[in-house]
Each structure stands twice: as structure tokens, then as C-alpha cells.
Design a protein around this ligand. Structure first.
Ligand SMILES: *[C@@H]1O[C@H](CO)[C@@H](O)[C@H](O)[C@H]1NC(C)=O
Ligand SMILES: *[C@@H]1O[C@H](CO)[C@@H](O)[C@H](O)[C@H]1NC(C)=O
Ligand SMILES: *[C@@H]1O[C@H](CO)[C@@H](O)[C@H](O)[C@H]1NC(C)=O
Ligand SMILES: *[C@@H]1O[C@H](CO)[C@@H](O)[C@H](O)[C@H]1NC(C)=O
Length: 414
């Protein structure tokens, strides 16, 4: 039974994650509006048949190619390539693969104006830019035999993103360009990479990796409203158990948020701050644009997997919470661990994290850095940005100077 919860202790933690849907989706004022305008949110975002390139990239004056790739387990993913800078100059630097986090897709990297968005900035600096979109997101909902309406379509957690989506994306870019790539991951996109690298996978196609808001250990996430949330979630337990696809704009999510917001002591005008920290530098005038694209659905099983990590503080594969079931999947009674100390010491890594980030908590990042303590010192750059929270790294209007310039300098050296 895949969706069995891990006991009462997990429920508020799962809830915490559910509400994270607003993490990158809304800033205070808009969030309040969204919650009050239930009808607005229930309508899930219309599928845009024009494609990602036509609707998002080309209007900004950039060349963009659509690509389709199929994972070994049958998911058909879309990728977009921006091979030419604004000036018309074709990329003369290596490919860069951009991997978004949970509840997001490739749009994350294009949210701001071209001079502020990493994907465009990289293209303008001569890099060959590739945007990944993981299974289940708006432009990656195909499958060779399943449809998103099938329960089986949503039977995955980030283990499968590590085992299938990420390797397929790497291999595809490598095949197309004949070159090793640089990687940039945000949030869950860092966990996917760290897990793969810890198994010494993908390294033969990789030059270097930049990890923004690294998520590995999740033990310290502060979660002030969990006690309020517990009751709400308990009342809805059967409902959540039956959900395979978690649609952040769906009725279930909206209802849940409404319930939370009506609880004493919760001020929903700053839900995003409560859960992610206070983002200093996100352009609040662009929230409507963001909400046209995000948040994106994910698998309920993926959320449960993350909740397991919060509860246990370990980085392990999905726990079926049943020794027999774990035996079937893993050949052992407990889920195998991803061992961060196994990441090769000579892998060029750029890690950037923020002092106000409540998801990629400073103490959790320290645990990750401790496991990298034997890393070659000239291969590890750690950047700490005191006033940055989770969304600032991809959406901050000053991330250009603060984060992206150092990343590109790092890429040029590796
Ligand atoms: C980007 O350009 C806009 C207008 O062209 C300007 O207002 C903004 O400050 C620029 N941002 C950066 C980071 O240079
Ligand atoms: C990469 O190329 C190899 C060899 O041609 C092919 O077998 C493989 O399917 C390709 N993989 C992807 C993801 O394009
Ligand atoms: C909720 O927080 C916002 C912004 O922090 C503040 O302006 C507002 O007055 C607060 N509302 C209540 C009811 O406390
Ligand atoms: C913020 O977004 C608005 C609306 O898109 C835009 O006009 C403005 O230039 C942006 N400001 C910055 C600093 O990027």
C-alpha cells in the first residue's frame, strides 16, 4: 500500500509540505487574494498547446527549440533549448542543464525580465541552455502507456526523478551536444543531483554543478503552524490518502489552505513567509505572471517521501513502512540510504544558500557541508547570502549580480 501514512507524527509535516505549494507561488498580498478567491484557484491552469517555447521564451526575443525525451519507465518529458543569445550569437560555451524544484517547472528560470533571469542570462553569456521539466508538470505529462488520469502515473517520488528523469535529461543533452554539461539545480533539483552523484552516477557527463538552496537533510525545518495544521489534516485524512496527483490549485489544496487560514494565530497574508522565510528580493508586481505558470502538480507519494525525510532526518529511498514491502522493492527491510559522503571529492560543486531560507535551513545545509568536509578545497565553493530566502535564488531581482555572476565565473573555471 503505497500511500499509507507514517503515523500521526507525519501528518503535520506532510501538511507543511503541502502548504509549501505557495512557496514559489505567491507573495503575501496575492496569496491572501488567492485563498479568498476559491473559484480562481480551483480551475487548474489551462494546458497551453502552444508549447513552452512559443508562450514563454520566444516572446522575449530568444530562439527556442522544443525537445521530447522518454524515460526508461515511459514518461515523456519536454525540454527547451535556448541555443542563441539575444544578440544572435550562437552559444560557444558548454551546455547548462537547469533543473527546477518541486511545484515548479522550467518557467522558474525565466520568471523575471531577461536581464534578471538565469536562463536568459546564461544564453546571453554564450552558454547553451537546456530547461528540464520533470514528470507530471504542465509540459511533461505524456507517457508511453499511461495517462495522468491513471493512478499508476503518479506512483513515484523523487527516487524516480533520480533514477529516470535526471539521467534521461543528462543523456539527452549529452547526446545532442556531444559535450559534458554544467548543472544548476534549485531546491528539489539539488536533492536529485546530490542523490545521483552520491551513487557516482552522471559524473561522466558532468563538468560541474551549482546547487541553489540545497535540500538534503530536512531535519531542522522550522514549522511554527504544524500544531494547528494537525487537526485540519487529520479530519481530511481519508481524502489525502485517496489523492495520487497533488494539484496545488485543486479543491483539496484550496480547502486545506482555507481551513488553516481560519485557525487562530495563523495570518495567511504571509503564508509564504511562514513556510519559506521572508524573500527579500522577489518582484511582487510579477505575481500574476507567476501564478499563470505555477504552482505545478506533483505526486502525493513525492510529498510523503519528503515528509519522511523531515521526520527522520535521513536521506533514504521511499519507505513503504512495511518490511515486506520494502523487501519487495529494495531486497532489504529498510530503504537504502543515499550517502552524501560518497560524492566524489573532486567534483566541482558550487553551493549557495540563504540566511532567511526556511526550507533549505542553515543548520541542515551545515549537515550537508559536514559530509563534504573531505571535498577538495579547490573544487567546492560555498556561498552564503544572509538576506536571501528560498525564492530569491531564482526570482530575486538582484540574483543576477549576487548569485548568477559567481556561478558563471565558476563555470568558466571548470
Ligand atoms: C533589468 O532591466 C530593467 C529595465 O530594462 C531595469 O529596470 C532593471 O533594473 C534591470 N535589472 C538588472 C538586475 O539589471
Ligand atoms: C543517447 O544516444 C544513445 C546512442 O545513440 C542512445 O542509445 C540513447 O537512447 C540516447 N539517449 C537519449 C536519452 O537520447
Ligand atoms: C497579517 O500580516 C500582514 C503582513 O505581515 C499584516 O499587514 C496584517 O495586518 C496581518 N493581519 C492580521 C490580522 O494580523
Ligand atoms: C517588476 O515587474 C514589473 C512588472 O512586470 C516590471 O515592470 C518591473 O520592471 C520589474 N522590476 C524589476 C526591478 O525587475
Amino acid at each position: 500500500m503505497y500511500y499509507k501514512l507514517q503515523g500521526m507524527a507525519d501528518i503535520p509535516k506532510i501538511l507543511l509540505l503541502l502548504v509549501l505549494l505557495y512557496v514559489l507561488a505567491a507573495e503575501g498580498r496575492r496569496c491572501l487574494y488567492s485563498i479568498n478567491s476559491k473559484d480562481d484557484l480551483i480551475v487548474s491552469s489551462p494546458v497551453n498547446n502552444n508549447g513552452f517555447c512559443k508562450s514563454v521564451v520566444e516572446p522575449q526575443g530568444y530562439v527556442c527549440q522544443e525537445h521530447k525525451l522518454t524515460t526508461e519507465d515511459g514518461y515523456i518529458l519536454s525540454m527547451q533549448r535556448i541555443p542563441v543569445g539575444r544578440s544572435g550569437k550562437t552559444a560557444d560555451k558548454p551546455p547548462v542543464l537547469l533543473q527546477h524544484g518541486i511545484f515548479n517547472d522550467g518557467f522558474t528560470w525565466l520568471f523575471n525580465l531577461p536581464n534578471e533571469s538565469l536562463a536568459f542570462i546564461l544564453a546571453d553569456n554564450g552558454f547553451d541552455v537546456w530547461l528540464a521539466n520533470t514528470r507530471g508538470t504542465k509540459y511533461s505529462r505524456g507517457h508511453t502507456t499511461l495517462s495522468p488520469n491513471d493512478k499508476a502515473y503518479w506512483d513515484w517520488s523523487w527516487d524516480e526523478l533520480v533514477a529516470y528523469d535526471l539521467p534521461t535529461s543528462f543523456q539527452y543533452v549529452f547526446n545532442q551536444t556531444g559535450q559534458k554539461l554544467h548543472y544548476v539545480g534549485h531546491s528539489l533539483g539539488t536533492l536529485m543531483a546530490l542523490a545521483a552523484f552520491s551513487q557516482e552516477k552522471l559524473l561522466n557527463m558532468l563538468r560541474s554543478a551549482a546547487l541553489l538552496c540545497p535540500i538534503a537533510h530536512l531535519n531542522q525545518i522550522p514549522s511554527p503552524p504544524t500544531q494547528f495544521a494537525a487537526g485540519v489534516f487529520l479530519a481530511e485524512e481519508l481524502y489525502w490518502l485517496g489523492l495520487r496527483e497533488f494539484v496545488p490549485r485543486g479543491q483539496a489544496a484550496v480547502k486545506l489552505l482555507e481551513d488553516i487560514c481560519h485557525l487562530p494565530g495563523i495570518n495567511c497574508s504571509n503564508v509564504m513567509t511562514i513556510f519559506t522565510g521572508s524573500n527579500c528580493c522577489v518582484n511582487s508586481s510579477r505575481m500574476d505572471i507567476l501564478l499563470d505558470h505555477e504552482p505545478q502538480p506533483t505526486a502525493t507519494k513525492n510529498l510523503i517521501h519528503l515528509a519522511q525525510m523531515i521526520r527522520k532526518g535521513t536521506i533514504a529511498m521511499y519507505d513503504y513502512d512495511d518490511q515486506g514491502e520494502n523487501m519487495v522493492h529494495y531486497g532489504q527491510p529498510t530503504p537504502p540510504l543515499y550517502d552524501m559522503t560518497s560524492i566524489p571529492n573532486d567534483l566541482p560543486l558550487f553551493i549557495s544558500h540563504g540566511g532567511k531560507d526556511m526550507l533549505s535551513d542553515v543548520k541542515d545545509v551545515q549537515v550537508l557541508l559536514d559530509s563534504l568536509k573531505d571535498h577538495d578545497s579547490d573544487k567546492l565553493v560555498v556561498q552564503f547570502i544572509e538576506d536571501y530566502a528560498h525564492a530569491d535564488f531564482v526570482m530575486g531581482v538582484n540574483a543576477n549580480q549576487v548569485v548568477y555572476d559567481p556561478i558563471m565565473a565558476f563555470f568558466r573555471l571548470n
